[in-house]
Design a protein around this ligand. Structure first.
Ligand code: ADP
Ligand code: MG
Length: 730
């Protein structure tokens, strides 16, 4: 009895001719395409009465409170524009705490006289929606009796048209809050954190004489890694469908060791897919810039040009959505899971982050002049202090059951948060910290007195790279590399913005005081930075973060090493975290509690689903195949005996090994089944710990025996598409 499903999948893949030419950039060049479906600034200028346009821009660019009186005019212009583009519906898109986007569509139709209808869209409908949406996780914020949730228009992220084969929808980015004003989403805290950082950063640049800037934006450029596999394989794997990752599968004979995939030629079908995704993203104004093959087989990456963090986050959500959605058109499935395949690289999302004034000055760009260098050093010190002081919060911002498979393995940054500055910047920082004042170093002789023609021109392009560091300075921005590929980047950036805002606040307070006392600014900075750097330098590390030596060294330095999600989550509710987030009004204590609850629950659910899925697969797919093969081998041995030939020892040994492995598979599956169905006692966190210590570990055991069987059982009996097939048959 051969396994027809697997063979059928391969046959289908080999014989299917996919239509690859969906996009034609000759007819619509990207220049015209870009932003075509966005209610962008030029569209606003063209279609809005001048005072309305000005008021709206003031809100967008300077964070001025929105004048409700302009909403009707904006709504009408938006509606007319959308209808011209074929839209029949509008939706408030929001980002609930599931980490996905959510939308509920309403048509523009309003019945007027009997049998007639008007197309309406009022300012009220633009500004506020009430999607109910009470089934989203709220972590206790929304008890059912107060289940009302509102969406609120975010004018800083422009509305756009989302097309589908049979129509189009006007999509309005919104925040999602409870009727008591508590954030039920990921956008609201992000916006609050951006505001907090802006307020603090403005204080510093004012000290440096910049009085023009009205706002400081944080900027983000997320690099997205993902896998693509043929959908025929996907539908042959219950684990991929139910959990996003393979729970079983032994390594292919050839993995990524030849490193022949990285930056290699992109297969035709994949390239066609990428172009299609990009074309759609261009229309939505998402500035995708790069694409390439990643390290693992069938792994790819795309990255946009950076934007302000709010827009960049919205665009990242769209990017994930379109990556997923477009794949089916090409007979592919896009896997955004952090670790879809064991034994080869997982996927992350490198979160490139910086701060910029509304005039576009990048505050982490060392700049060409010493004055800029000093301002840069102030901001850089703020980041160093923030990351050291709040390393646990950064860690928890990237914690999930899926990312646990990645952080700490020898391919992704470890769970220990440290900063890589690069040799030159590290030397400058070391010198500042060591010498206390800014005397010149013997080796390079560059620092007589801070700020006066003394600092070297800092490298614009940091020549050295360190791929093992979770948080690396890369010339004019920091790259937070521990974010998982399936994550919304909102959480990580909310934390990053808030912790840096706090550090800047501390520095600004000190410097303002010194200035008020008549101290020279450079002197004040020279007095302040060395101490701060000394206090926080333990977080700086230039070496290989994957080594055991670093783990030992980090422990000596007292750096936290929160190895998995249940270890990381309590950081959310520590006193220091609550004080931080409430002080800058990013999360209230209740909001923090709700996040903690949701993350605990989500961890337990994810692990339980995986456990149940593994039990089903082991019991109904792997075990039957193994038993069939065991029968074949047993019959073959028996046949020899009947024929009067003594079965060779290797054949009886094979039978014995099969029997034993099958027995172990059953035994461990029973254990897993028990663990999954066991109702743990205690708090939510106890449930999470139980899941980690009993379900995750039992699953590893089951997998060990299942994968061993994959290497023994006749290939024609093996029921699951294998790694060598999924990753290499394209
Ligand atoms: P790499 O060599 O790390 O790939 P790139 O220059 O290609 O460096 O940048 C990677 C990502 O970093 C891109 O998305 C890019 O837009 C983003 N990036 C560049 N400058 C900034 C900045 N100032 N703030 C945030 N992201 C940035
Ligand atoms: Mg990369």
């Amino acid at each position: 009895m051969s396994n027809s499903m697997r063979q059928a999948a391969i046959a289908a893949i080999v014989s299917t001719k996919h239509k690859l030419d969906h996009i034609n950039f000759k007819d619509g060049h990207i220049k015209e395409l870009f932003g075509q479906d966005v209610f962008s600034e030029p569209v606003q200028r063209e279609r809005l009465p001048k005072p309305v346009f000005k008021a709206l821009q003031k809100t967008i660019k300077q964070g001025a409170t929105l004048d409700p009186a302009i909403a009707d005019a904006v709504a009408t212009a938006m509606k007319d524009w959308a209808i011209e583009k074929g839209a029949t519906h509008f939706t408030h898109m929001f980002q609930p705490m599931t980490g996905l986007t959510a939308e509920k569509h309403d048509s523009f139709l309003q019945p007027s006289e009997p049998g007639q209808a008007l197309l309406e869209f009022s300012g009220k409908e633009l500004v506020r929606g009430e999607p109910d949406a009470s089934s989203f996780p709220s972590g206790g914020i929304r008890a059912t009796f107060e289940a009302r949730g509102y969406t609120a228009w975010d004018p800083t992220s422009p509305a756009f048209i989302m097309e589908n084969p049979n129509g189009a929808t006007l999509v309005i980015p919104t925040a999602f809050v409870s009727w008591t004003g508590e954030a039920l989403d990921k956008k609201t805290p992000l916006l609050r954190s951006m505001e907090a950082l802006s307020k603090q950063a403005l204080r510093i640049i004012k000290l440096f004489g910049n009085h023009d800037a009205k706002k400081v934006f944080t900027t983000v450029g997320p690099e997205q890694e993902y896998f693509l596999i043929d959908k025929n394989f996907y539908f042959g794997r219950l684990d991929l469908q139910a959990t996003g990752r393979t729970l079983f599968g032994c390594p292919p004979p050839k993995g990524q060791e030849m490193e022949d995939q990285y930056f290699g030629a992109i297969p035709e079908r994949v390239l066609a897919y990428m172009a299609d995704v990009e074309s759609q993203l261009f229309q939505l104004g998402v500035p995708i810039k790069t694409r390439h093959n990643e390290v693992a087989p069938s792994q790819y990456e795309l990255a946009p040009i950076f934007e302000d963090s709010n827009l960049g986050t919205d665009h990242q959500m769209l990017t994930m959505e379109l990556l997923r959605r477009t794949a089916t058109k090409y007979g592919l499935v896009c896997l955004l899971h952090e670790k879809p395949f064991a034994g080869i690289n997982g996927s992350g999302k490198h979160n490139n982050w910086s701060m910029s004034t509304d005039a576009g000055e990048n505050l982490l760009d060392p700049g060409d002049t010493p004055e800029h260098n000093v301002q840069f050093l102030v901001f850089c010190t703020a980041v160093i202090r923030a990351v050291n002081k709040y390393a646990k919060l950064l860690r928890v911002s990237v914690a999930s059951a899926a990312n646990d498979h990645r952080l700490g393995a020898n391919e992704a940054p470890p769970a220990i948060i440290s900063i890589f500055l690069g040799d030159q910047l590290q030397e400058i920082v070391d010198h500042l910290a060591d010498s206390g004042s800014a005397k010149s170093t013997k080796s390079r002789g560059f620092m007589d007195e801070i700020g006066v023609n003394v600092l070297p021109r800092l490298p614009k392009d940091a020549g050295d790279r360190n791929r093992t560091s979770p948080f690396a300075f890369t010339g004019n921005k920091f790259e937070f590399r521990a974010v998982g590929s399936s994550f919304s980047i909102a959480g990580a950036n909310t934390v990053l913005n808030t912790i840096v805002a706090e550090s800047i606040d501390v520095i600004a307070t000190n410097l303002e005081k010194a200035r008020a006392e008549g101290k020279d600014l450079t002197k004040a900075i020279g007095d302040l930075l060395p101490g701060l750097l000394k206090e926080n330098r333990r977080v700086l590390f230039l070496g290989d973060n994957y080594t055991a030596e670093w783990h030992a060294e980090a422990e000596k330095r007292g750096l936290p090493n929160l190895r998995n999600t249940p270890e990381a989550l309590p950081a959310i509710l520590e006193k220091e975290s609550i004080e931080l987030f409430t002080k800058y009004k990013v999360y209230s204590e209740r909001e923090l509690n709700s996040r903690f609850t949701i993350l605990c629950e989500s961890y337990v659910k994810t692990v339980s689903i995986e456990g149940r899925c593994a039990v089903v697969m082991a019991t109904t797919m792997i075990l039957p195949a193994a038993l069939r093969y065991q029968t074949e081998v047993a019959q073959s041995v028996q046949a020899l005996t009947l024929a009067g030939v003594k079965a060779p020892a290797r054949q009886t040994a094979l039978l014995k090994k099969l029997t034993e492995t099958i027995d172990s598979l059953q035994e461990t599956t029973e254990k897993l089944d028990h663990a999954v169905n066991h109702e743990a006692k205690g708090s939510l966190l106890d449930h999470a710990k139980y899941a980690r210590d009993h379900v995750v570990t039992a699953l590893v055991e089951v997998r060990k025996h299942a994968d061993a069987l994959e290497t023994m059982v006749a290939d024609d009996l093996w029921p699951l598409p294998t790694y060598r097939e999924m990753l290499f048959i394209k």
